[in-house]
Design a protein around this ligand. Structure first.
Ligand SMILES: Nc1ncnc2c1ncn2[C@@H]1O[C@H](COP(=O)(O)OP(=O)(O)OP(=O)(O)O)[C@@H](O)[C@H]1O
Length: 780
């Protein structure tokens, strides 16, 4: 037997031993889980027997409540323990299938003995709890595997740097407890292994990459130094992957103090949310909180406006060029995205501290009871050195007192009497008991009657005033929409801003904005500024428990949005990942490039990823020519077909050629095939034409997840996700002719893993005519 075979056999024996140990643990835990479960069922069943229920006397009721609470606590402790055991079991079952993926032999400086370290998704100790059979991939020592090949190495621990020699680095692919392949490698982690992983078919869910994390990605995952970590990475370079493994890393590194809900990921759309949602559970961790910026905004701007979403804004930007006012709107979008506008708002807020604040009347039963002017007067009578939110608080206190006085006056009115007559028996009972408790009954029945009436009146009025009090407590008496609108009335603004910081078309932008606001519509570009203004008046609704914020596809956020998010999570570290070449928004995504100014340079670290893993080499070599500086993008060496570019004479031929192409892709065994349209409108058209031939799905902004198969999807919704094969529905000059659409087109093309096919009618987009013809095939 050769050495290689011998090695293989020895390793398989070790795998067998480890699997045996895992099985033993599974049995043990299953036993324990069974017992805990029986406990829980028991407690639930006998819950009421074990608590002493007695409500006769107030003291008894208190005792009952305490007893119930205790019982509930026992139950919830047992349930927690059950969940914990269940999680451990899930992880062990995963380990049983594939206990580890890597091994390094490491001799620490000054030590004689060489340690063998096996890496897997979780750690496992031997039977005596002494030796690690498996090290967690996130343990400090595991970083050697990602950062080095054999030779002198070092790694960081909380206690300092450890140096030594790596004697061996070995990789495994183990499935069902059998070693399927095994190789010893050099510095870059297994090109063979990456080849195998990347050559597979696209999935409707993202996969974890722990077995093949690359050195530069590891720097992102384990970064702990900076408050702001900025990752600029080419399409398909693993930004999202690195972000998710980083979440898993942080949850491990700070497992004593950090909970999954203290990490928030902002993602570009709901499909993306679902696409990435399985990565952490696969690694045995809970998912972080996931949201989209839109979701966040919607929660705060509920009833006041009809709020436009970013996809409708995108649709407008891409389709409404011929509309009146289009250019003005684009300029407005750009200006409102910037920090100049934020500064203007700050000056406006200072002005509002002195004059111009708008309030709403407070009405009761259809009649104004406190006039807006009176509220305003009161507001400006308050100490002007106090912040506006503080003054609003004082104002609310005053209003609550005013309401109290009004309520008292109201009690005598006839409507109250009428309502008392209509009260049901239960209400009377309540009042009667209250009187009894207060021992307010006298010997005089006449007095008793009066007293009862008084209490009933109080109750009735109270009920009607309750919404008013809530209204005041929520500061709804501030007329935020009117305050925002006022900002666009030229006279006010002129007092605030020197004319030169305003864009040239400011009057037109104002006119357009006011018109929309008057229709109770809030354009997407107004949403963040409006919320910002609201917060400056009402006080910030900061979230101080969140410790890490991740922003993916960050190139599409505006400077204003970044500043806003930073204010929202004041105690949080940020990891911001994006690609300036994939900017698809009209405000040109300036925020991402200027991020360092947000935290200061000394708190900011930037990591650049140039290697692209998603697409085959021919696809990267083709797409990278479309963008400036694209030569710097390095394809991972995976072979495949050249992209094809095919002309059609008209729509009919376009559809028939695409149909043929889809058939071929299906025959080649591709499972996710996306026909990418530029807009929702074009995608619908494509869908209607193609659905006659295939079972096919149309993805729109409401779609929450996707399944494998053939789908039509608008370019901006395909962001961040990937497909086996991509067909660009119509890359003609009319569709993709404007310079502003270059990056959108690039983003669409870079979604392809294995095959890319581009179709057009009449004249091809200049983004393709600029690409070297050697890098693609002309279709027929
Ligand atoms: N180290 C790695 N090992 C295995 N697969 C990897 C690795 N890095 C990236 N990939 C794969 O490459 C593909 C692209 O990764 P990902 O989506 O994270 O890139 P991205 O930079 O966010 O892309 P984009 O900006 O284009 O949306 C995914 O299929 C991912 O699994």
């Amino acid at each position: 037997m050769g050495k290689a075979d011998q090695d293989w056999q020895n390793e398989q024996k070790r795998v067998d031993r480890v699997v045996d140990e895992i099985e033993r643990r599974i049995d043990m835990l299953q036993d324990r889980a069974g017992k805990v479960k029986a406990d829980i069922v028991g407690i639930r069943k006998h819950f009421w027997e074990d608590v002493t229920v007695n409500l006769d006397e107030p003291d008894d009721a208190v005792e009952t409540a305490a007893s119930m609470k205790q019982q509930a606590e026992v139950l919830s402790e047992r349930e927690r323990s059950h969940r914990h055991t269940q999680n451990q079991l899930d992880t062990l079952k995963r380990l049983k299938d594939s206990p580890y993926f890597g091994r390094i032999d490491f001799t620490e400086e000054g030590e004689q003995e060489t340690e063998r370290i096996y890496l897997g998704i979780a750690s496992l100790l031997d039977e005596k709890d002494e030796q690690f059979l498996i090290y967690d991939w996130r343990a400090p020592i595991s970083s050697l595997y990602y950062d080095y090949g054999p030779g002198p190495v070092q790694y960081e621990t909380p206690g300092g740097t450890v140096t030594g020699i790596m004697e061996l680095k070995r990789q495994f692919i183990i499935r069902n407890g059998r070693i399927r392949s095994m190789f010893d490698t050099g510095v870059t982690i297994g090109d063979e292994m990456l080849q195998e992983v990347l050559g597979k078919q696209a999935d409707t869910q993202m996969k974890s990459i722990v077995a093949t994390i690359q050195k530069e990605q590891n720097r992102i995952i384990r970064n702990e130094r900076s408050r702001l970590l900025v990752v600029q990475g080419a399409a398909g370079s693993g930004k999202t992957s690195a972000a998710l493994q980083r979440v898993a890393y942080l949850l491990y590194r700070y497992r004593e103090t950090l909970r999954a809900e203290q990490i928030v990921l902002f993602s570009p759309n709901p499909i993306f949310n679902s696409y990435v949602s399985t990565v952490l559970p696969e690694l045995g961790e809970e998912n972080m909180a996931q949201t989209t910026f839109q979701e966040h905004v919607e929660r705060r701007i509920s009833k006041e406006f009809r709020l436009e979403d970013p996809f409708d804004q995108m649709e407008y930007v891409l389709t409404a060029m011929e509309n009146l006012g289009y250019d003005v709107r684009i300029k407005g979008i750009r200006y409102k995205a910037g920090l100049d506008f934020m500064k203007l708002m700050d000056r406006y807020v200072a002005y509002l501290g002195r004059e111009g604040m708008k309030f709403r009347d407070i009405s009761f039963r259809g009649k104004v009871v406190i006039r807006a002017e009176r509220i305003q007067e009161r507001f400006y009578s308050l100490d002007a050195s106090l912040s506006i939110p503080r003054r609003m608080e004082l104002l609310a206190e005053w209003l609550l007192e005013e309401l109290e006085v009004l309520a008292e006056q109201e009690r005598k009115k006839t409507w109250v009497e009428e309502e008392i007559q209509l009260l049901d028996q239960a209400a009377y009972q309540r009042v009667y008991r209250k009187l009894q408790r207060e021992k307010r009954f006298t010997e005089n029945t006449f007095d008793d009657f009066d007293r009862e009436q008084e209490l009933l009146a109080q109750m009735v009025v109270q009920k009607h005033f309750k919404p008013l009090r809530t209204y005041v407590k929520n500061l709804r008496f501030i007329d935020a929409p009117a305050v925002y609108r006022q900002l666009f009335e030229e006279r006010t603004i002129f007092q605030l801003a020197s004319a030169d910081s305003l864009p040239k078309d400011w009057p037109e932008i104002c006119e357009q904005t006011v018109k929309k606001l008057d229709r109770s519509e809030l354009a997407y570009e107004d949403a963040t500024p409006y919320l910002y203004l609201k917060e400056r008046l009402e006080g910030s609704q900061t979230n101080t428990s969140v410790r890490y914020v991740f922003i993916d596809e960050a190139q599409d956020y505006s400077p204003f949005q970044f500043a806003f998010i930073q204010r929202l999570f004041p105690h949080s570290n940020m990891t911001v990942l994006g690609d300036l070449n994939q900017t698809i928004v009209a405000h040109a995504g300036e925020g991402f490039s200027k991020l360092a100014s947000l935290f200061g340079f000394d708190q900011t670290e930037t990591i650049v990823l140039k290697r692209s893993y998603r697409s085959t080499r021919p696809i990267v070599e083709f797409t990278r020519q479309m963008i400036k500086g694209g030569e710097a993008i390095e394809p991972f060496n995976r072979d495949g077909k050249k992209p094809s570019v095919t002309k059609a004479v008209d729509q009919g031929e376009l559809v028939s050629k695409i149909t043929k192409c889809i058939r071929k892709l299906q025959a080649a065994g591709h499972r996710t095939i996306a026909v990418i349209g530029k807009t929702a409108r074009e995608s619908r058209k494509a869908y209607e034409a193609l659905q006659k031939h295939f079972s096919i799905r149309l993805i729109d902004k409401e779609t929450a997840s996707f399944e494998s198969g053939i789908m039509v999807i608008p370019s901006y919704l395909a962001k961040g996700v990937e497909f086996d094969a991509v067909i660009i529905y119509n890359a003609s000059q009319v569709q993709y002719g404007r310079e502003s659409e270059r990056k959108l087109f690039y983003t669409a093309c870079t979604r392809a893993m294995h095959e890319l096919h581009i179709f057009f009618v009449d004249r091809v987009s200049p983004f393709i005519s600029g690409v070297s013809p050697d890098t693609y095939a002309m279709g027929i």
